[in-house]
Design a protein around this ligand. Structure first.
Ligand SMILES: Cc1ncc(COP(=O)(O)O)c(C=O)c1O
Length: 325
C-alpha cells in the first residue's frame, strides 16, 4: 500500500508485495528477508532450515490448526484465550494436543523473541503457532491413530498502520465465497485456508483491501482474518457466533468494552443493508486491532470516513494492548 490514502471514489488497485493493512504491516525489518529462527517441537532452528516432511498433513491436505497472537514489547496478549482456542480447534480435528499448551507456547514465544531480538520495549510482533497433524506416509484422508503432531511457532515484526491509512479506512468487497454456519468447521481455525486466500485475491482484483464473507443465506459473517462490527446509534452490533464466525479474542474484548464505553452490545443475524445503513463499521483482530471500514463494494459506510466510536475503540484497544501484564 502506498503512503497516500486512496480516494474513496476511485477504484484503486493494490500492487503486488505491498504492505498488508488488514493483517498488520510488516515491520521495518522485512520479515521475509530477516532470517531469524523458527521454534519447532521444543527446538529453535534457523528459519531457512528445511523442517517439515513432504508427508506433513498440513501441507498435504490442510490437516492442521493455528493461532495468530499479538506480542507487544515481549508481552503476549491474551495467551490463555489463544491457547484455549488452539485446543478447541485441535479437538475438532482430533489432533492430540497437551492440555498445558499455554505454557509450551509461552516458553516457545519467549525463546523465539529473545533469539531474534523481537522482545524490545514497544516492539509489535505477530506470532503464529501452527499445529499440524504431522507426517503420514499413506495418502489416505483418514489419519492413523499414532501420528506425532508437529507444533511450529514463528514471529514477524509488524508496524502499526500509518495514520493516513487509518484516516482512509478499509475498502471491502463482498466475496463470492459463502460461509455455511451449519458446517462443524465453519468457525475452526484450520490451516485449510484456500477459501480465504481465494477471497483475498478476489478482493484485490476488485481494488479492495479485504473480502467480506456472507452466510449461505446472505447474512453478514466476517472478513478473511478479522471480525466485523457495526455502530448504529448507540448500538454496537456484530454477527452472532451462530453465523459461522470465529470466536475472535478481540471480538470478545470489544463486546465487554461496549458496555463500559456507553454502547449497547448486540450479537445477531445482520444483513448487508444493516451494514450499508450503519453509522460506522470496523474490523477487529488481535494483531491489527480495530480498523475502520469506510467502503463496501461501491457503497460508502456512514460518512465514508472513520467514525468517532471506531477511533475510540481502536485507541482503547491499543491502550489495553500496551498495558496488559
Ligand atoms: C476468520 C477470522 N475471523 C476473525 C479473526 C479475529 O480473531 P482474533 O480477534 O482472535 O484475532 C481472525 C483472526 O485471525 C480470523 O482469522
Amino acid at each position: 500500500m502506498s503512503g497516500d490514502p486512496r480516494p474513496v471514489s476511485g477504484n484503486p488497485r493494490p500492487v503486488d508485495g505491498e504492505p498488508d493493512l488488514v493483517d498488520g504491516e510488516p515491520g521495518p525489518v522485512g520479515a521475509d528477508s530477516r532470517g531469524g529462527h523458527v521454534w519447532i517441537d521444543g527446538r529453535l532452528v534457523e528459519a531457512e532450515t528445511p523442517l517439515l516432511s513432504a508427508y506433513d498433513r498440513a501441507f498435504q491436505v490442510g490437516d492442521g490448526v493455528f493461532e495468530t497472537i499479538r506480542v507487544v514489547g515481549g508481552r503476549i496478549l491474551e495467551l490463555p484465550l489463544h491457547a484455549e482456542r488452539l485446543r478447541a480447534s485441535a479437538a475438532a480435528l482430533e489432533i492430540p494436543l497437551s492440555p498445558d499448551v499455554g505454557s509450551t507456547l509461552r516458553d516457545a514465544i519467549g525463546g523465539l523473541l529473545a533469539a531474534d531480538g523481537l522482545d524490545a520495549p514497544g516492539l509489535q510482533v505477530s506470532v503464529r503457532a501452527t499445529l499440524s497433524r504431522g507426517p503420514v506416509r499413506s495418502r489416505n484422508l483418514l489419519p492413523p491413530a499414532d501420528v506425532r503432531s508437529v507444533l511450529v511457532v514463528q514471529a514477524w515484526p509488524v508496524t502499526p498502520p500509518a495514520p493516513e491509512l487509518l484516516a482512509r479506512g478499509l475498502h471491502l468487497a463482498i466475496s463470492a465465497v459463502r460461509r455455511d454456519p451449519s458446517s462443524p468447521l465453519a468457525a475452526v481455525k484450520t490451516t485449510s485456508r484456500a477459501e480465504f486466500v481465494f477471497a483475498r485475491l478476489e478482493a484485490r482484483r476488485r481494488g479492495a483491501d479485504d473480502a467480506l464473507f456472507l452466510t449461505l443465506d446472505g447474512h453478514l459473517a466476517e472478513a478473511t482474518s478479522a471480525s466485523l462490527f457495526l455502530v448504529a446509534g448507540d448500538v454496537l452490533a456484530t454477527p452472532a457466533l451462530e453465523c459461522g464466525v470465529l470466536a475472535g479474542t478481540t471480538r470478545q474484548w470489544l463486546l465487554r468494552w461496549a458496555g463500559a464505553a456507553g454502547l449497547a452490545a448486540r450479537e445477531g443475524w445482520l444483513t448487508p443493508d444493516d451494514l450499508y445503513r450503519a453509522d460506522e463499521a470496523f474490523l477487529a483482530s488481535s494483531v491489527a486491532g480495530v480498523l475502520p471500514v469506510t467502503r463496501v463494494d461501491d457503497r460508502l459506510i456512514g460518512a465514508g470516513r472513520p467514525g468517532p466510536w471506531t477511533m475510540r475503540a481502536r485507541a482503547d484497544r491499543e491502550a489495553y494492548a500496551q498495558r496488559e501484564e
